[in-house]
Design a protein around this ligand. Structure first.
Ligand code: CP
Ligand code: NVA
Length: 308
């Protein structure tokens, strides 16, 4: 049986991504106010354990994956890479082969995307990308779930990304083709999206437009998405804050979008940098539903990976 890794959205089948979102909506609705630690009917991942390896900090990914496993009737084990022999130079190959003998799936948050791919190559259990320098597919599944929950039809929707063309932006680019929304990206040239991601999108006939300013990207949008100007691992914080400052999501910028436009941000946020408090804490913002939906979307991802 093929091992179902969840490393990037672009190689995934559209039908599988659609089924994951449908299942996430269904499972969320079915819980309807239950205590958060209660196990879902049928305990679909009973007896299953997820290992989580973190090379970088995390709040949402760590807690939402742990709670996802609990709600599915399974369990999780968390370690930072520096707790492991991996941090002392043990190879990814050996680590992957060993963990595959203990657990049923592995989630990795890595500095280098290639390390997740290498791990998957040697793993005999599914590997899930919990964020890398290149992409953050679990985040975008939660974002899309949140937009659907708010009544948006993804096919034909106009989504704008403003700020840094970073890892989260890359997964949004991958999703554009799969879900049929148009994506307007406003970034300074220096922090434009990776050419490889734009090529992937072009091959998949995604509707992507690039702008060198925030205003044109946001004009008429149904959704405005922002992220931190300085991601984990970025070493040029001062330069970034200066160059990206005109790309901050202010109330004035939001006013250029559709009047009913929604605002998303994967969090953690820096109020007064990439977004003003009036926007992220205002009526158009869905950021806490978005954070909650990491849990529900990842439950569906885990079930898809484990074919349960
Ligand atoms: N959005 C997100 O991935 O948050 P964490 O870094 O807290 O996991
Ligand atoms: N782009 C951010 C996302 C954090 C969840 C980072 O990589 O740090």
């Amino acid at each position: 049986m093929t091992i179902r890794h969840f490393i990037d959205l672009w190689p995934m089948e559209r039908a599988d991504l659609r089924a994951i979102l449908d299942e996430a909506h269904r499972m969320k609705r079915a819980r309807n106010g239950w205590p958060k630690g209660r196990i879902d009917p049928g305990a679909p991942l009973d007896g299953h354990t997820l290992a989580m390896i973190f090379e970088k900090s995390s709040t949402r990914t760590r807690f939402s994956f742990d709670m996802a496993m609990r709600q599915l009737g399974g369990s999780s084990i968390t370690a930072t890479s520096s707790d492991m022999q991996l941090g002392r130079g043990e190879s990814i190959e050996d680590t992957a082969r060993v963990l595959s003998r203990y657990v049923d799936a592995v989630m990795i948050r890595a500095n280098d995307h290639a390390d997740i791919e290498a791990f998957a190559e040697w793993s005999s259990v599914p590997v899930i990308n919990g964020l890398s320098d290149r992409s953050h597919p679990c985040q975008i599944m939660a974002d899309l779930m949140t937009l659907e929950e708010a009544g948006l039809t993804l096919q034909g929707a106009r989504i704008a990304w403003v700020g840094d063309g970073n890892n989260v932006c890359a997964s949004l680019i991958h999703a554009a083709a799969k879900f049929g929304f148009s994506l307007a990206i406003g970034t300074p040239g220096r922090y434009a999206p990776d050419e490889d991601d734009l090529e992937i999108a072009a091959e998949m006939q995604a509707r992507i437009e690039l702008f060198d300013n925030a205003e044109d990207a946001v004009a008429g949008a149904d959704v405005v998405i922002a992220d931190t100007f300085v991601s984990m691992g970025d070493t040029d914080a001062d330069v970034r804050l200066e160059i990206l400052e005109p790309f901050a999501v202010t109330e004035d910028l939001m006013a250029l979008a559709d009047p009913g436009a929604k605002f998303l941000h994967c969090l953690p946020a820096h109020r007064g940098e990439e977004v003003d408090a009036e926007v992220i804490d205002g009526p158009q913002s869905l950021v806490f539903d978005e954070a909650e939906n990491r849990l529900h979307a990842q439950k569906a991802i885990l079930r898809w990976c484990l074919q349960k």
